[in-house]
Design a protein around this ligand. Structure first.
Ligand SMILES: Nc1nc2c(ncn2[C@@H]2O[C@H](COP(=O)(O)OP(=O)(O)OP(=O)(O)O)[C@@H](O)[C@H]2O)c(=O)[nH]1
Ligand SMILES: [Mg+2]
Length: 794
């Protein structure tokens, strides 16, 4: 179930709050609390180049980092800000997870400084960004401001603490290695510690029991759990592999690892990768969460590249990407979830491997793999600690998509409150037209206008500027009056048909309705067609398919997709019917299908108009969500108009998976004159063990020429309460015509969590004004970009 915060965020700020890549593990495989381990060395600075194939970092940067210099520089402007930082926090620390996250972030930045790793690395930026997002999600209202100040402060504090060496840092890594026999697990462990700590064997399985290898790498205490390799996956080895896995699982139960390294040999990757069943078995034994903190390690990375189709060796980067993508793909298949993105580490253990001046092993792409190893491990551990602190573990699950797509009560409630069912004889809102005919006084205003001579183009050109303006204003005024007159006539005609139907016999009734439907025929807008004709272009092959007057069927085309030779991705269908004098139905839907996915979205509704004015309606909406389907049954009763007041009540029953959500609402609309309208509503939505309440008040002031011109201003206040959290929101929406050629629409909203958005849309038919709008928009975008840049720098 999504939380209220998710709902608010998705309503207001179009920023992905939950990254598609999961943050951490979600089951017992991982430990409960971040362990407090020892940190027993002062560490050493390294110069290196950080490049990972998958994470695609910024262009490689060399850091001949002079750690002390760097720290000294930062220290000067830090000391003042941070004078009270390390004191008086220890008490609060235990209670406030945000303070603990703060400390973790400082620790992370200190480690980077200590290891001489750049803070401008993309991987580091990702970790800092996720920490920031995680804190934003969890922060209370009062903490939001504090969160925004945080990262700058954390950098300063880290530099200061690292310079003084106080407080002492406790950070260690516990790593589990998994992989087939002979892929180089033990050899990699030896390379990491730069000494032979565990046995390797080129001819036979080298490691025959699980053992812990402990040592210090660049000042960080590292414990690696070396395990016997799995045998190639075939039915005969299934039981033996399972036995190894179960013993590993038992071994790590008491003290689970921070990171799992899953090994493959880069030189043996070929298109017919056949270890899927092994990956599946690992997933079954350890649980899908094992993959959350897993780094893919590809050994033998200084391989002789195979020949490409042109006879030349293939490109190194693309070979690596292809191989790792393949393993990643099979991991996705094994966990039935494609959101996972495991970092990749390339490793070369051969003693003859190329080295840089500092004596560090480098890969063909120039990467020093050992510092990349440390960086990946630190990032993975810090992220997992954040998730544990923020208690995110339970909310992130791997698996088929329906497990993660649960409708949220606030979403359902707000859509119920917004839902307006009104099926009238014309399929539209019944209330709108009635108000028009009431004012008889300006009925024939248009007819009373003195005749006007329409000027030719050349005559118009000869007018002075002010004359031109007067002339166009006059035309505009006449146009408005003419449109008003037409609307009234249309409404009157409808009423006459209705009256005559009531009087006439059944046969007359039929012919009349046929006549009406013929007169109402509207041209369907065609799909966008490219300017030049191409017989292959689907839009030229499929135009609107009209089977009868009442059914509108159209192809759904994805202009960017060439998925199939049919060139059409789905079908949309629409119809509105009058069953008898008082019953109306409508069906609208769209379905699309390809080889893998089928999705449908449809709305069916039926309404009964009681002769005394009350309207009853029921409807069924069907919508695909991942592999599941959401069904919503809704009903609505609109009471007869009493004076200027329309009362309405509605219910909805939503079924998703095996869960049901029931909601109800009451709404009242009061019209004051033709132009002012108040709508008030309250509602409730109940799900399994949860309830959300909400309501709102909306005031709309329409322009003088409504509905011919859609000028209006509306102000809305909403309140939503869910899980003991309450959110107040305000929304301002306005649409107005600024002169003849320009229209402006503004939409702004803000809620009690100080989240909101403002959007302004201006459209003009005038070249000058239009270009001003464009210039203004670009200027605005640049300003925004500057803002974003300064936030990301932060
Ligand atoms: N050229 C090259 N040889 C490697 C590399 N990694 C490991 N080897 C060699 O491959 C052989 C097997 O390596 P091990 O480390 O014993 O493999 P393992 O995964 O520990 O195997 P088990 O203990 O049986 O599970 C050894 O002879 C290593 O020297 C590498 O990156 N490049
Ligand atoms: Mg081994």
């Amino acid at each position: 179930m999504n939380s209220l915060k998710d709902w608010i965020s998705s309503q207001l700020v179009s920023m992905p709050l939950v990254s598609p890549r999961p943050l951490s593990g979600s089951d017992s495989f991982f430990r409960e609390e971040p362990s407090n381990e020892e940190f027993d060395d002062q560490g050493a600075a390294h110069s290196n180049t950080l490049v990972t194939p998958r994470i695609r970092p910024a262009p490689s940067t060399s850091f001949n980092s002079d750690r002390e210099n760097h720290s000294d520089q930062s220290l000067q402007h830090v000391v003042v800000q941070n004078s009270d930082h390390s004191h008086n926090r220890s008490d609060k620390k235990k209670m406030d997870p945000l303070v603990r996250i703060d400390d973790l972030q400082v620790k992370f930045l200190r480690l980077l400084l200590r290891l001489g790793l750049s803070q401008n690395n993309v991987l580091v930026a990702k970790v800092l960004y996720r920490i920031h997002l995680a804190t934003l999600i969890r922060a209370e209202e009062s903490d939001l401001k504090r969160v925004n100040l945080r990262s700058d402060r954390a950098r300063a504090v880290a530099a200061e603490q690292e310079a003084s060496g106080l407080p002492e840092m406790d950070f260690s890594l516990r790593i589990l290695v998994l992989g087939k026999t002979g892929v180089g697990k033990s050899a990699t462990i030896n390379s990491i510690f730069d000494q032979t700590k565990t046995e390797t064997n080129p001819f036979r399985p080298g490691t025959d029991r699980i053992r812990e290898v402990v040592g210090t790498v660049n000042g960080i205490r590292v414990t690696i759990i070396d395990t016997p390799g799995f045998l190639p996956s075939c039915t005969g080895n299934f039981r033996r592999n399972k036995k190894i896995m179960l013993s590993v699982k038992k071994f790590i139960r008491k003290s689970p690892p921070d990171i799992v390294l899953f090994f493959e040999r880069l030189d043996l990757m070929s298109t017919n990768y056949n270890d899927f069943s092994l990956l599946k078995q690992i997933t079954e034994v350890f649980g899908p969460a094992v993959w959350f903190n897993t780094v893919l390690v590809m050994t033998h990375s200084s391989l002789v590249l195979p020949e490409g189709p042109d006879g030349y060796p293939v490109n190194y980067e693309s070979y690596v990407r292809q191989s790792t993508d393949m393993v990643q793909h099979y991991i996705h298949q094994a966990v039935s979830d494609s959101r996972l993105e495991n970092p990749v580490l390339l490793v070369e253990n051969h003693p003859q491997c190329r080295k840089n001046i500092a004596g560090e092993k480098i890969l063909p792409n120039g990467q020093v793999w050992k510092s990349q190893f440390l960086l990946l491990c630190i990032c993975t551990k810090v992220l997992s600690d954040v998730n544990i602190l923020m208690k995110f573990q339970d909310s992130i699950h791997l698996g088929p998509s329906n497990a993660t797509h649960m409708p949220s009560l606030p979403h359902l409630l707000s859509s119920l409150l917004r839902h307006r069912t009104a099926i009238g004889p014309s399929g539209g809102d019944v209330g709108v037209d009635e108000s028009l005919v009431s004012d008889a006084e300006d009925e024939d205003e248009y007819d009373q206008l003195p005749p006007i001579r329409i000027l030719t183009k050349s005559q118009f050109e000869r007018l002075t500027k002010s004359q031109k303006k007067d002339y166009l204003d006059e035309l505009d005024y006449r146009e408005t009056l003419y449109l008003k007159k037409q609307l009234k006539e249309e409404y009157r005609r409808q009423m006459e048909i209705k009256l005559s139907k009531e009087k006439n016999t059944a046969s007359d009734d039929n012919s009349n309705s046929q006549q009406a439907s013929q007169e109402e025929a509207v041209l369907l807008p065609d799909m966008e067609v490219p300017p030049s004709f191409g017989s292959d272009w689907p839009a030229h092959r499929y135009r609107c398919l009209l089977t009868s007057d009442q059914w509108i069927m159209r192809p759904v085309l994805d202009s960017h997709g060439w998925d199939n030779d049919v060139g059409l991705d789905g079908v949309s269908l629409e119809t509105a019917m009058q069953v008898n004098r008082n019953v109306f139905t409508s069906v609208a839907g769209q379905m699309s299908k390809d080889k893998q996915d089928f999705s449908i979205q449809s709305e069916c509704a039926a309404a009964y108009l009681d002769p005394n004015g009350t309207t009853y309606s029921v409807g069924l909406d069907v919508q695909s969500a991942g592999r599941d389907t959401i069904y919503t049954l809704h009903g609505n009763t609109k009471l007869r108009k009493l004076w200027h007041n329309v009362a309405e009540s509605g219910f909805s029953l939503t079924s998703f998976g095996n869960k049901y959500y029931i909601g109800g609402k009451l709404e009242d609309t009061i019209s004051v004159g033709k132009r002012l309208k108040f709508v008030m509503n309250v509602g409730q939505m109940m799900g399994p063990e949860q309830v959300a309440y909400g309501g709102g008040v909306e005031a709309t002031l329409r322009g003088r020429d409504y509905p011919v011109r859609n000028d209006n201003v509306s102000l809305m206040m909403t309140i939503l309460s869910f899980n003991k959290e309450m959110v107040l929101g305000g929304n301002l929406q306005s649409e107005s015509r600024l002169g003849r050629n320009m229209s402006l629409s503004v939409n702004a909203n803000l809620n009690s969590r100080r989240m909101g958005k403002i959007s302004i849309k201006a459209s003009s038919t005038d070249h000058l004004q239009f270009s001003m709008v464009v210039a203004f928009t670009i200027f605005w975008a640049l300003l925004r970009k500057k803002d974003v840049k300064s936030t990301s720098d932060e």
